[in-house]
Design a protein around this ligand. Structure first.
Ligand code: ATP
Length: 281
């Protein structure tokens, strides 16, 4: 059990059976403390994450083909950027492969929806981060009818087959969906309009998207219902409290890395001999 948690985060946040429309986005499932305790634990746990990541990177350099892939989804302002900066930002950048997926380019549109995703899968030893992902093709694509239902509906099955392939190839998937309330989103959008250092984050279209909230909720529900599998489960993270969302994702990553039972790679040289060479220089 992770420290200060009454229920392990992998249990408390697992999507199984969750009703997203009823989710309390200001809750802190499984965590016993308040903000101060959460923040101080976060500082401690990012260090643990950083040590584990170094082991993963070292193993990759020694030929271990395993990797971890964090898939981040969430409506605008849900805090994906903050997770990338504060959680992923705490580990050695050479071991991180960050990919953000926006509106597909013309070249990308000529291919199957998984084409651009396959190109950005993490190499052995890396923590890959998908800031949005192939799930946009059953979220925004479904909500805005960018493709007919006959195209998006089979994608759930295609995604499950794809992810099974990834898991079999040694990629541990950590799929996280962040949720804020409609009110919290308004507050965050207003903050962007009130602060010159945040204007760059604001797009007028973000306000238009609010009208589709129920449709997105339904589309997210379908995602967790249809693509949360044993090998690649979804975690649903209430994100009104940024400190909680960051701590939760940190714990989920720590758990994924611990499952790999990483060790420092052994020396592939004779230590005594190398010491002798240095002594006798
Ligand atoms: P974010 O909102 O993630 O912080 P951003 O506002 O800087 O990012 P971009 O990264 O340029 O914007 O693009 C994000 C937008 O791209 C989102 O509106 C998202 O719905 C859209 N998008 C991502 N993937 C797809 C897709 N497969 N089809 C259509 N739109 C997509």
């Amino acid at each position: 059990m992770a420290k200060h948690w009454s229920v392990d985060p992998t249990e408390a946040l697992r999507a199984d059976g969750i009703q997203i429309a009823e989710l309390d986005t200001s809750a802190t499932p499984g965590f016993k403390g308040k903000k101060k305790a959460g923040q101080s634990l976060l500082a401690e746990r990012t260090q643990v994450l950083s040590d584990l990541q170094e082991k993963l990177y070292a193993s990759g350099r020694s030929g271990d083909s395993r990797s971890v892939l964090l898939v981040l989804q969430g409506m605008d302002t849900a805090g994906k950027g903050g997770i990338v900066r504060h959680v992923i930002g705490s580990v050695d950048p050479q071991g991180v492969d960050h990919a953000a997926f926006g509106v597909p380019t013309r070249a990308e549109k000529r291919h199957d929806f998984l084409w651009r995703i396959r190109k950005r899968l993490p190499e052995g030893g890396q923590i890959g981060v998908f800031d949005r992902s192939h799930y946009e093709d059953v979220l925004v694509a479904r909500v805005h009818e960018l493709v007919p239902e006959s195209v998006w509906r089979p994608r759930y099955t295609e995604i499950n087959a794809f992810e099974r392939e990834l898991v079999d190839s040694g990629i541990t998937l950590v799929k996280v969906a962040l949720f804020v309330s409609l009110d919290e989103q308004r507050r965050r959008l207003l903050e962007r309009l009130n602060r010159p250092d945040k204007y760059w984050k604001f797009k007028p279209a973000d306000i238009d998207e609010r009208a589709y909230w129920p449709d997105y909720t339904e589309a997210y529900q379908a995602v967790v219902d249809r693509t949360s599998t044993k090998g690649a489960p979804w975690y649903v993270v209430p994100a009104d409290h940024k400190w909680y969302a960051r701590l939760a994702v940190t714990e989920l990553l720590i758990d994924a890395l611990e499952q790999l039972q990483l060790d420092w790679p052994p020396a592939d040289f004779d230590i005594k001999e190398q010491k002798r060479r240095l002594r006798d220089e």
